[in-house]
Design a protein around this ligand. Structure first.
Ligand SMILES: Nc1ncnc2c1ncn2[C@@H]1O[C@H](COP(=O)(O)OP(=O)(O)OP(=O)(O)O)[C@@H](O)[C@H]1O
Ligand SMILES: [Mg+2]
Length: 238
């Protein structure tokens, strides 16, 4: 098992937003984490990467306990995080944005299964090569999403946490982003994907977790979810 999240309890003040949340990602998998607004999907990713500290529970990655670790350390262990708001540097060029994704100081860093550099990123994201001299702020939403993913890949993660990558994108870019995630996965990167677009999630994922308010509601394969309209109605359809 690559990632094991066990019984996480996370609070914002008095608000208990993750209640015994558990999930796992096996090596090579794409796992989707789905659910309605405000259930705690982003908080689950933030609790894994270390942006919020869980009060209890465990985050075990490649057998190592990373619970509550600083994001910098968690990233160095080989987990990449693409946040919902993308965090592009608007005044830097695409090229410089990508360079920001290189982890500083190789010492103490584990070798990843899937090594990425600029050439490889440009091969997978030709649009970033075309626009390499352009400022981040001049990219379309879809291009910015590609840049956010590409920049995170520059750190050569073994596991990518991606929060709502297709949100607000045109149908063209929804497909582009979907396809690029599939390619990255085929190249050896495991993915934990939070996604509102059910079609995208179901077409990519091996397994699915559905969140109810603050807790896990369902876990199973894509086929099991397909065959279970009651579960979909309970946790997904509004
Ligand atoms: N920084 C914060 N401070 C206080 N409450 C927060 C904070 N961030 C999120 N919350 C609350 O925690 C709960 C879970 O939020 P979270 O962002 O994890 O949900 P989500 O499933 O990602 O939702 P969405 O689909 O809308 O992105 C929500 O009730 C939200 O209002
Ligand atoms: Mg969210």
């Amino acid at each position: 098992m690559l990632l094991e999240v066990k019984n996480l309890n996370t609070y914002y003040g008095d608000s208990h937003v993750l209640q015994d949340m558990s999930l796992s990602v096996n090596d090579g998998e794409i796992v989707a984490l789905l659910g309605r607004n405000g259930m705690g999907k982003s908080t689950t990713l933030k609790s894994i990467i270390g942006l919020v500290k869980p009060k209890s529970g465990k985050v075990i990655y490649q057998g190592k306990d990373l619970t509550g670790g600083h994001p910098f350390k968690v990233v160095r262990e080989g987990i990449g995080y693409v946040p919902e708001d993308r965090r592009i540097f608007p005044n830097l060029s695409v090229f410089d944005n990508l360079k920001m994704g290189i982890k500083s100081g190789k010492a103490g860093q584990k070798a990843s299964k899937s090594q990425w550099d600029l050439d490889r990123i440009y091969k997978h994201f030709p649009v970033l090569k075309e626009r390499s001299a352009q400022r981040g702020s001049t990219l379309s939403g879809g291009e910015q999403q590609m840049l956010a993913i590409g920049r995170t890949l520059m750190g050569s993660p073994d596991l990518l946490l991606v929060d709502e990558p297709t949100e607000g994108l045109s149908p063209h870019f929804v497909k582009e982003v979907r396809d690029v995630l599939e390619e990255i996965n085929k190249a050896g990167v495991s993915i934990l994907l939070v996604e509102h677009n059910l079609k995208v999630a179901m077409s990519l994922a091996n397994r699915v977790y559905l969140m109810g308010k603050a807790h896990l509601g369902f876990s199973g394969t894509v086929e099991e979810l397909n065959d279970n309209p009651e579960i979909r109605a309970k946790y997904l359809e509004v």
